[in-house]
Design a protein. Sequence first.
Length: 161
Amino acid sequence: MVNKKKYFIEPKLQLIDQKNFIMVDFPDSEVCISEGVLYWYGKVKPTSVSKEYYLKLEYRMGKYPKAWLIKEVLDEKSAYYIPHHYEVDVKEGTIELCLFKPKMKEWMKHYPLSRTIIPWAIEWIYFYEIWQITGEWKGGGDHPTPKDCKNSTKYREKFDL
């Protein structure tokens, strides 16, 4: 008996394939592979009137990619309330972005990072700008629960939330 599932599995993209996609789609950014991890750094503007933002991406084969907004000036009191994030480091000015639901397989290892995670991160920044002005997250999706946020307890204790 033949296992039909085998024939429908998409081949995963190797790190060098991911790097090549990124170099084509984001030629002005930096991308490298070191010790089995792909690192990407880029400057982006979600709209023509937006300021420039800095993004960082890390991807290790067999793990989900992680993306951060970096070099961002953050206010300690409002940092906890930033929607769709996992971890915020006010001193370092970094926000680990919540871009997809891993359990729902919204991103899979055969998807190019440059056509999924990076555009999703840019879209996250677009909605982040709107949130900063209106106080409402217009980007949809499910917010990670405090249990999912690695430093939520720290912020809850600090601000008596």
